[in-house]
Design a protein around this ligand. Sequence first.
Ligand SMILES: Nc1nc2c(c(=O)[nH]1)N[C@H]1C(S)=C(S)[C@@H](COP(=O)(O)O)O[C@H]1N2
Ligand SMILES: [Mo]
Length: 453
Amino acid sequence: MPHPLSYDEADHDARRARQWLAGRARGAGVPRPRLLELGTAMTALAAAAGEREPVAVTADPVGADPGRDATAPDATAPDAAGPDAAGPDAAGPGMVKPLPDRLFTRHDTNAEMRWEAMAGQGYVVPTDRFFVRNHTATPLIDPDTWRLSLFGDGLRGTPTRDRPVEFGYDDLRRLPAERVTALVECAGNGRRFFAGQQDGPSPGVAWGLGGVGVAHWRGVRLSTVLRRAGLTGAAIDVMPEGLDPEYVTGGVNLGRVRRPLPIGKALDDVLLAYEMNGEPLTPDHGFPVRVVVPGWIGISSIKWVGPVEVSATPLFSPWNTQLYRMFGPGHPDGGGELGPQSVKSAFELPWDARIPAGAEVVLRGRSWSGGGPIRSVQVHTGDDGWRPAELVAGDAGGPWQRWTAHWRPAEPGPATLRARATDATGAGQPERARHNDLGYLFDGVVRHPVTVC
Ligand SMILES: Nc1nc2c(c(=O)[nH]1)N[C@H]1C(S)=C(S)[C@@H](COP(=O)(O)O)O[C@H]1N2
Ligand SMILES: [Mo]
């Protein structure tokens, strides 16, 4: 049942931003003036062509390669892992799972799924190829000593951070379990096309379209745990915090990765997940327990969750004030709210795929949107205008939509594939995405180069 309080993502975001800008910030981790400096630093970075947000690599920095031009059009080509790649199957810096070049493109502490890795796969992304977004490094956590620790004045008796209400791994597994199939997508997914197709680079991870995945998640509802922990009617915000190392960027320590959720969303469909695709979570995806916030930007789905603050006053963190907001010309001072994830479409093909001339081929892809289910998809192969793609019927209403389109390329030579989708709210994909300095929510039509031969 929907909670009476607002839990619309954009709405909550806008409200908290107004409060934060009005100086009511509490628990933002660093004093406000420093955050404002950081904001300025990031805007300056956005303006500096080719530069990316400096990332503190707390693990072996073998993958850090600030010299690489992350906006090169071939950034997802098979050799794009660059000279930093430690070998075909090596784990990334601070990551545990193997990152073979056929499945991933690496970006410092992050690993992007190659879309051709989804060819021949089912609805969900197998865990071996699911993208990884790590601000620092994957922590290795012992489930026997791990605790979920809830505290704050939104709980009965106001337990403190030092004397919280605790749940162990086995406690959570004994509570009623639920399964959801949900999409997790980085708000910066598609960022490299702001540079590659539009007017300039944005700082941050240069994702192509592979910073997204759908998985089956199993765990206990956050609402179940909140109620058992003594939730009161005064609670308005819930802030899960990760146990990975503190994040340092631009010389500022932002503390542990954390981002508040409004109580309405927290009591709705948020899961404390301990399984992904039918297996215990793997270390890179949040073992022992992560938050899964269906429909919201990826940063909401805190991995390796430990402390959870439940508050009767608004909560703030750098991840809902200085980051994950729309900055730059045409956006409000202090940043506009992101709103739901944008509409995107991807072909399950390598960048620069080779396609035989004269034969009919089936192009396959997927489209998704944070706004709602996909209603229609169109494909453009360069020879005969936009035409409808065929939607896989069983996917209707789900977090993403598979589709196919038939193509018989006549002439050998370079060609450009395009796909665009419309979601249930009528939101579609424009030729150009709206610029914002930090490169969030790209929704433009991506031009996918192929060679007919
Ligand atoms: N503790 C913690 N949680 C985190 C992050 C992180 O760095 N630390 N990254 C976030 C971001 S930005 C995204 S997009 C998703 C990615 O989830 P995945 O790595 O399982 O794909 O996790 C989110 N949760
Ligand atoms: Mo993200």
